[in-house]
Design a protein around this ligand. Structure first.
Ligand SMILES: *[C@@H]1O[C@H](CO)[C@@H](O)[C@H](O)[C@H]1NC(C)=O
Ligand SMILES: *[C@@H]1O[C@H](CO)[C@@H](O)[C@H](O)[C@H]1NC(C)=O
Length: 277
């Protein structure tokens, strides 16, 4: 199976997943012999919880790794406010307490720290693969086994057709996230990343180390953790890249290359939510 109209393989040989490049039935047979549990982490801190979490989880039940064992890990400052949903058999939800931060930029950067700690002590004992996702989005199409690999990242729906000199990498040489001319492969969106649990642990810990290094320098990367994630995946090539189908912004006019949407951006109300965070 292949697609002629889009890039389906990176220069270093990793697949880029688009509708039409995989066969769900073959994947089901392949993974059927393995006793898989897949983790899905999501942060719902401050007002993000009421605004987005229920729809995220409800639609994940309909579309995310359906038929497989899944553990949702909800990181929140108010575990008692997490909606109680009826989950399909084999699927469970756990909550993890985290402290709200004053600035949304700090929540974004602390995510890497909280994840790296939780992956270490508990999550990696329970799941083989883990995905880490933003909460302000929801599923509208199948997000299945085709997304699994040792390390997985996502093409940003705004920048996937841009040449890398124009994408918003961090260009400040004092930041650990700095990428110079000719550096970087694609622009990755931090709203979805994942892989084998120890690999995701390595990513989150490395990114948090880079955040701390920036703090010591008195700088902040242009797009916080996303800038560090882009630097990380430039240095440690991802084993699989998801096309923008896996996190599409419906405000963008779809071209023929986007044949399905699987996860879409929720309406963002940054000003209001961030003030109140
Ligand atoms: C599969 O994994 C689950 C959870 O880790 C475990 O409870 C179950 O016993 C395993 N089943 C087999 C057949 O190994
Ligand atoms: C991540 O993995 C790389 C390569 O295996 C290793 O050199 C590095 O020390 C690891 N980093 C962390 C923070 O675990």
């Amino acid at each position: 199976r292949s697609r002629q109209d889009v890039l389906t393989c990176t220069p270093w040989g990793s697949p880029i997943v688009w509708e039409g490049t995989f066969d769900p039935e073959i994947l089901r047979q392949e993974y059927g012999r393995r006793n898989l549990t897949i983790g899905l982490t999501v942060f719902a801190v401050g007002r993000y919880l009421e605004k987005y979490l229920e729809q995220f989880l409800e639609t994940a039940e309909e579309h995310f790794m359906v038929g497989w064992r899944v553990i949702y890990y909800v990181f929140t400052d108010r575990p008692g406010a997490v909606p109680r949903l009826g989950l399909a058999p084999g699927r469970q939800l756990q909550t993890r307490m985290v402290e709200n931060q004053k600035r949304w930029q700090d929540i974004s950067m602390m995510r890497m720290h909280w994840l790296s700690q939780a992956l270490d002590t508990a999550i990696c004992r329970e799941v083989q693969y883990v995905f880490c996702m933003d909460v302000d989005q929801f599923f509208v199409g199948a997000f299945g086994l085709e997304a699994l690999a040792e390390s997985v990242t996502l093409l940003h729906s705004y920048f996937y057709r841009w040449t890398r000199s124009y994408v918003p990498y961090d260009r400040n040489p004092r930041s650990a996230a700095f990428l110079g001319p000719g550096e970087g492969d694609f622009y990755y969106h931090a709203a979805v990343f994942g892989g084998l649990c120890p690999r995701v642990k390595n990513l989150t810990e490395s990114c948090f180390q880079a955040v701390l290094q920036d703090k010591r320098q008195g700088v902040e990367a242009r797009w916080q953790e996303e800038s560090h994630l882009n630097k990380y995946f430039w240095q440690h090539k991802p084993a699989k890249i998801l096309s923008p189908e896996y996190c599409w912004d419906q405000a963008i006019r779809r071209r023929g290359d986007i044949r399905v949407a699987r996860l879409v951006w929720a309406e963002k109300q940054y000003r209001r939510l961030r003030q109140a965070a």
